[in-house]
Design a protein around this ligand. Structure first.
Ligand code: FRU
Length: 484
């Protein structure tokens, strides 16, 4: 069935029970479901949204088109968690059902005010001529999960932005609420605008100015900007679409990047002494990463393990996308580290010394140590012939490479089948999380990260050590042991 505009934007209530059941039946047949990563209950999952702490629980929504593997009429679907590892869907959804969000409840953030959770998002509206009107709008969710929309535009499209103006992130800086929104100026260059809540009223926003983060002005749109604080240091996570590769090379169709500042000056909308640009993730897919500061000040982030404008092998089962593990952000020696939260260790069940394994359930964590000067080649998702996801840790050359060209179903090949990053030639560790069709590799406890999808063939479930001077532990992971 072709994904025409009409089909993508068909109203939710017009999909029949039978059509919805057919999607469920097809999805259930997929061999690639994840065990401990959030996947869509139906259809397509993209950005993480509304990541927050509310009423004693962690709240995390995802962008969803529930009727197949397509980007259509979007809503938010809620999950909640007590440990940032086990997430369950609650049935709460933010639907595209008003004049201010009729063509999609697009991405945004959340923050508790009094006993309600304020959801700040982009109402994507198309008029009769199919002209887009991006409205930054809000809703209040109570502790029972009842959502009431605020019936006014909180931030309208500025005169100096095209219709690409979206993804508001609300944050608290020293007791004052601010928001940033990604946009595109009339010269088709991306910018990020800073707003301030007048008297801390989340329904009353004034522009402070364009965020000064030494924008190189090569990107045409900044999607999903997030400012989080690690101590006093602002970290800007954002997706500069079309970023010129001479600024920083990347292989994915769209990059997710970051910059760190020494401090933040809200009056000047400035990240002071801002760093150069860095790739947030060296893998094949990590996008629209959403960060937020928890009430205790810790900075957390979660990514969409998928990319816009890419077809995935699960499309034929009517679904697509997953969320990454939740990562805590820290800064060491001026570098950003991203590492799963401590509670991830609760998934560890049986453990054994790392060695070749003819068969696994493709649901495990590896904790590996490599010696200085060593060359290590490991195949995960390996079949009997040793074909699979090839990881090379070449310390002498200072290079880590992940090659998925022989791992299962191939897709997005136009963007290359391997990824690499540099590392120092010194004792190095890697924690590798495998979840049936996901890998997340954290080098030196999060100094460098590779995330991505693989869609292995049925017989690709072994581990093969081709060469190496390494030691390590294999942990089988069990999500069910401590479900909340
Ligand atoms: C990023 C994005 C956002 C937008 C949302 C729509 O993937 O394009 O900019 O709000 O997805 O689903």
């Amino acid at each position: 069935m072709e994904w025409t505009t009409e089909r993508r934007y068909r109203r939710y209530e017009d999909w029949t029970r039978e059509e919805k059941q057919a999607i469920q039946d097809l999805m259930a047949k997929s061999p690639w479901h994840t065990h401990y990563h959030v996947e869509p209950k139906a259809g397509l999952l993209n950005d993480p949204n509304g990541f927050s702490y509310f009423d004693g629980k962690w709240i995390l929504f995802y962008q969803n088109f529930p009727f197949g593997a397509a980007h259509g009429l979007k809503s938010w679907v809620q999950t909640e968690s007590e440990d940032l590892v086990h997430f369950k869907e609650t049935g709460v959804t933010l639907l595209p059902d008003t004049d201010l969000d009729s063509h999609g409840a697009y991405s945004g953030s959340a923050m508790q005010f009094d006993d309600k959770l304020f959801l700040f998002y982009t109402g994507n509206v198309r008029d009769a001529e199919w002209v887009r009107h991006p409205y930054q709008v809000g809703a209040l969710m109570d502790k029972e999960g009842k959502i009431e929309k605020i019936d006014k535009i909180l931030i309208d499209q500025p005169a100096d932005s095209t219709d690409h103006f979206r993804d508001p992130q609300i944050f608290n800086f020293k007791g004052q609420y601010y928001a940033i929104v990604g946009g595109q100026d009339p010269e088709k260059k991306g910018f990020i605008r800073l707003y301030k809540a007048v008297d801390n009223d989340y329904t009353n926003w004034v522009a402070v100015g364009d965020l000064d983060f030494a924008n190189d002005r090569t990107a045409y749109m900044m999607e999903c900007p997030n400012l989080v604080f690690v101590g006093d240091q602002p970290v800007l996570l954002y997706c500069p679409q079309g970023l010129d590769k001479s600024v920083l090379d990347y292989d994915n169709i769209y990059p997710n990047m970051y910059k760190i500042g020494a401090s933040f000056d809200p009056e000047k909308a400035k990240m002071v002494d801002v760093s150069e640009l860095h790739n947030l993730d060296y893998g094949f897919e990590a996008y629209a990463t959403q960060g937020f500061n928890a009430p205790d000040g810790r900075a957390y982030a979660v990514s969409w393990l998928g990319l816009p404008d890419v077809s995935y092998p699960t499309d034929s089962y009517d679904y697509q996308g997953a969320l990454s593990l939740v990562k805590e952000l820290t800064i060491k020696d001026g570098k950003l580290y991203q590492y799963p939260v401590e509670a991830i260790k609760d998934l560890r069940a049986e453990s054994e010394e790392f060695a070749n394994k003819a068969q696994t359930k493709n649901c495990y964590e590896l904790e590996l140590q490599f010696e200085k000067d060593s060359l290590n080649e490991i195949v995960l998702f390996a079949d009997a012939e040793g074909k699979g996801l090839v990881l090379t840790f070449d310390l002498a050359k200072g290079l880590v490479t992940v090659d998925r060209s022989q791992a299962g179903e191939q897709y997005a090949q136009d963007f290359g089948t391997s990824r690499s990053c540099t590392i120092a030639n010194q004792a190095t560790t890697a924690n590798i999380f495998i979840d049936n069709s996901i890998f997340e590799i954290f080098i030196n406890k999060g100094e460098k990260v590779f995330s991505g999808r693989v869609y292995p063939h049925a017989d690709q479930n072994g581990i093969l050590i081709k060469s190496g001077t390494l030691t390590g532990t294999y942990y089988e992971l069990d999500y069910g042991r401590k479900a909340n």
